[in-house]
Design a protein around this ligand. Structure first.
Ligand SMILES: C[S@@+](CC[C@H](N)C(=O)[O-])C[C@H]1O[C@@H](n2cnc3c(N)ncnc32)[C@H](O)[C@@H]1O
Length: 282
């Protein structure tokens, strides 16, 4: 079957619907791990107490729910292609009693909002999964007001992200992974320094800034790390699905062995680095 933007979007929708239960199960860990990235995205969006904010590819709710809880005067719309992921966000918003959040199931490249609706558009760890990153960014720029900000996070280079590159590198070693065609989703697709800045400038954004933010993914044991990855990491699951039983157990034991390098003060600490990019609509 030919790979088209529509087929990638359908695949993403199905995959993330399937992983929604995992993101719900590990919500507290994901929130703690990703907090520094969300804070940077929010900071660079330069929100005001009455901002109207769109969070694209909000998944299980971040960073939009943090904004809604921090600033009661803001209005937040969480948008995502996966109804399953947004359902998790909706349950969390209800549990927190947040009355200033709305939800929209839609694709990033086809946002169902009028021109200039929002004061800021956020997007944490979404771009890598969009079949047409430029079309998605065009929609973000269209829906933000003149003077408003688009602020996003994408994963940095593999060497700065052993939390994922450890498994993906081991997978590549043990399986014949077909080289993904250019333009298809991949965790490190946006990781080259300056890549996102170019994209933002080409989309007409000004005052474009790009910076790196790092933290650690912390787990108490290799078993806990592996279970977490199996539950939340869609790219690892796609790779493991291509491996037979024998290759899978080799991959697991190789990863467990290499994890020894990341033990520090009784816990596993795996470096995690994101690029934060933001720009202003003219
Ligand atoms: C890694 S999760 C990020 C969730 C959240 N922003 C966070 O940082 O915790 C990626 C999200 O992108 C969404 N996604 C993938 N392709 C999309 C598309 N074309 N349009 C909108 N959302 C998409 C997925 O459904 C998933 O919820």
């Amino acid at each position: 079957m030919a790979i088209t933007a529509d087929s990638i979007r359908d695949q993403q929708r199905l995959t993330w619907d399937r992983f929604a239960a995992g993101w719900k199960k590990w919500d507290a860990e994901l929130i703690a791990w990703h907090r520094p990235f969300g804070e940077a995205v929010i900071e660079d969006a330069r929100l005001r107490p009455d901002s109207v904010v769109l969070d694209v590819a909000a998944g299980s709710g971040e960073p939009g729910l943090t904004v809604a809880a921090l600033v009661p005067g803001v209005q937040v719309v969480l948008a995502d292609i996966s109804a399953g992921m947004l359902q998790v966000a909706e349950e969390k918003a209800a549990a927190q009693g947040l009355g200033n959040v709305r939800f929209s199931v839609c694709a990033a490249a086809d946002l169902p909002f009028d021109d200039g609706t929002f004061d800021a558009v956020l997007c944490r760890f979404g771009f890598m999964f969009f079949p047409e990153m430029r079309a998605a960014l065009r929609e973000m720029v269209r829906t933000v007001k003149p003077g408003g900000r688009v602020s996003a996070a994408v994963w940095g280079r593999p060497a700065e992200n052993p939390w994922a590159s450890l498994v993906l590198g081991t997978l590549a070693h043990h399986t014949e992974l077909p080289r993904p065609p250019a333009g298809t989703p991949g965790l490190f697709r946006c990781s080259a320094p300056g890549f996102m800045t170019r994209l933002f400038k080409e989309a007409g954004l000004v005052e474009v800034t790009e910076r790196s933010v790092s933290t650690d993914l912390v787990h108490s044991s290799p078993d806990s790390y592996w279970e977490f990855m199996e539950d939340i990491a869609t790219t690892m699951a796609a790779g493991l699905a291509n491996a037979d039983q024998h290759a899978r157990s080799l991959i697991r034991s190789d990863v467990f062995q290499m994890l020894g390098r990341y033990e520090h003060q009784g816990a596993l600490r795996l470096r995690s680095t994101a690029t934060i990019v933001a720009g202003t609509r003219v």
